[in-house]
Design a protein around this ligand. Structure first.
Ligand code: 13P
Length: 253
């Protein structure tokens, strides 16, 4: 039985005040015995504030990325051990915005993932195809190569401490959600590919869906057999919508 996980990726949004308000509402809406694991990934600069705010609550704190090195002359990067000092439990790696807008390669994503694993942060590894790749029939090949790049470095066993997020690039921030069937097809493929190496890990690893999830479509997506929750962008900035999405995940258990 995989516990559903719903994580808000706030991207580059927020002020000190809006972070406080949003966290107040999320904390109030997530009970200690919530059957759904819930997390938020604020921008780095708000992590100390969020760590303080979330202390003693069941809401998990995450970062939107993590450095590919331990420490040193890497201007602009934040290391896994720094994130651990501020109670981070999760770190997104390989988000398509990092891959496409900032040129992050599979090798770089794999190194970031490895750092998260080495320091006991749960990496949320994002994989997914562009519209062009989907239309060319390359969806499975793309997600396979993105996944393989990480597993070749970190090993299949690392997935027992990681989460995968399937985020079709064409569905991110566009309002165009994958249909539950389209998402399920890819999730099942990812799980089968992992099962070919290790059936136990395949059965246990959570595969989240991300891409225009909102309070209206979450339940039908989370109801699919291989969709174990969501990585939520825009809708995670509105407490009501985010908590409805969390509730939708609870209803599919
Ligand atoms: P949206 O939910 O805004 O489409 O963003 C999804 C995403 O990129 C989450 O990481």
């Amino acid at each position: 039985m995989r516990q559903p996980l719903v994580v808000g990726n706030w991207k580059m949004n927020g002020t000190r005040d809006s972070v406080r308000q949003l966290l107040d509402a999320i904390v109030a809406g997530v009970s200690a015995d919530s059957p759904v694991a819930v997390g938020v990934c604020p921008p780095y600069v708000f992590i100390p504030q969020a760590a303080q705010h979330l202390s003693g609550t069941p809401v998990l704190l995450g970062a939107q990325n993590v450095a590919d090195h331990e420490a040193g002359a890497y201007t602009g990067e934040v290391s896994a051990s720094m994130l651990k000092e501020f109670d981070c439990k999760l770190a997104i790696v390989g988000h398509s915005e990092r891959r496409s807008l900032y040129g992050e390669s599979d090798a770089l994503v794999a190194a970031r993932y490895q750092q998260a694993i080495d320091h006991g942060l749960t990496p949320l590894l994002c994989i997914g195809e562009t519209l062009e790749q989907r239309e060319a029939g390359e969806t499975f090949a793309v997600v396979d190569s993105q996944l393989d790049a990480v597993l070749e470095k970190a090993g299949i066993q690392s997935l027992s401490k990681a989460v995968i997020a399937y985020e079709p690039v064409w569905a991110i921030g566009t309002g165009k959600t994958a249909t539950p069937q389209q998402a399920q097809e890819v999730h099942a493929h990812i799980r089968q590919r992992i099962a070919a190496q290790d059936a136990d890990i395949a059965g246990q690893v959570r595969i989240l869906y991300g891409g225009s999830v909102n309070d209206a479509n979450a339940k039908s997506l989370f109801g699919m057999a291989d969709i174990d929750g969501g990585l939520i962008g825009g809708a995670s900035l509105k407490a009501d919508a985010f908590l409805t999405i969390v509730q939708s995940a609870a209803e599919t258990i």
